[in-house]
Design a protein around this ligand. Structure first.
Ligand code: NDP
Length: 295
């Protein structure tokens, strides 16, 4: 069997076109654009690229983008002061502080300072608690994007065996809660899991969010399973070049799985699309408007 390729790039493009329509409707009703503020501290090259991409995507969707670039030696108090200003700014619906932060700044303190109703990254403990309690709230963008891809593939997720490999607050844990909310039977695996092969082998749905290149091999996958590969790993390739691979050995796994996301072009493009989606939801909330169905 050769797996169907789950085209996250195409799915994200369709979602972004829909979000642009919804944003235009919001502008007509609210008389202002939905606004996303992104804060970058320091000059980390990868983070700078992400922040630039987020700003461009926000504007392309007809939303207002506010980018704050602060020096690497910014004091925690100064960042907290900026967050307080953004919390109070009615033009700002969503606030994202790009991680990782420099060592002098406590990320947890900064995340906790963001107004939970502007926490479009879904990292605030209140939103994490809402997700764990089955209450409405903001859900981290990458796992929500993974769930959208899964729902597009599976009409019914209830009762399926799912394994999430990785237990970070950003991907693994929220992914597991989302799958539990869909009534999957969920196993969360991590670096101390004794029988990772066994956990993956019995899963109808595999979500890999590890950060270890091609850790999960093709013969671990249950035939016909759906594989969502969150990992983004840069490895050495021929002629001194590098290339991106996921946490799953793609060429092997696609011979066994029913469907699989490629890296790149699978989960990656979904993250920014869902960030825009969360910002639009926040904007409707702030204006007391009902967000359109299916957003
Ligand atoms: P973290 O490093 O925060 O978490 C990695 C998790 O993997 C940990 O829970 C760790 O276990 C577990 N782990 C590490 N090694 C093994 C192993 N050998 N066997 C089983 N589990 C293991 O990473 P993130 O969750 O932030 O990211 C994971 C991957 O997803 C990375 O490649 C990252 O680049 C990518 N990513 C992609 C995004 C996208 O937009 N597509 C967005 C976010 C992340 P333990 O807890 O025990 O240490």
């Amino acid at each position: 069997m050769t797996a169907a390729i789950i085209d996250g790039k195409a799915f994200a493009a369709t979602l972004r076109a829909r979000l642009a329509e919804v944003a235009a409707g919001f502008v007509a009703r609210a008389g202002r654009k939905p606004g996303l503020a992104v804060v970058l501290v320091g000059e980390d090259a990868a983070s700078s690229v992400y922040v630039g991409a987020k700003g461009k995507a926000t504007e392309a969707a007809g939303m207002a983008s506010f980018t704050h670039r602060l020096p690497a030696d910014t004091a925690e108090a100064d960042l907290l002061a900026l967050v307080a200003t953004l919390n109070a700014d009615p033009a700002v619906d969503g606030i994202l502080v790009q991680l990782p932060l420099p060592p002098q700044i406590d990320s947890n303190a900064v995340i906790a300072a963001i107004d939970p109703d502007k926490d479009v990254d879904g990292f605030h403990p209140i939103n994490a608690g809402r997700l764990a309690s089955g209450l409405p709230g903001f859900v981290p963008c990458t796992p929500l994007g993974c769930l959208m891809l899964l729902k597009d593939r599976h009409e019914h997720l209830a009762g399926l065996e799912a394994v999430v490999v990785g237990r970070s607050n950003i991907v693994g844990k929220p992914m597991a809660h989302l799958l539990l909310r869909e009534s999957c039977t969920v196993t969360i695996a991590h670096s101390r899991t004794r029988d990772l092969f066994g956990a993956v082998r019995r899963a109808d749905i595999v979500v890999a969010a590890v950060g270890v290149p091609e850790l999960i091999r093709g013969d671990w996958i249950k035939p016909g399973a759906t594989v969502i590969d969150v990992g983004i790993n840069r490895i050495d390739a021929d002629e001194g070049k590098t290339r991106l691979v996921g946490d799953v050995a793609f060429a092997e796994a696609r011979e066994v799985a029913g469907a699989i996301t490629p890296v790149p072009g699978g989960v990656g493009p979904m993250t920014i699309a869902v960030l825009l989606r969360n910002t639009l939801v926040a904007a409707h909330l702030h204006e007391g408007l009902v967000a359109p169905d299916g957003l």
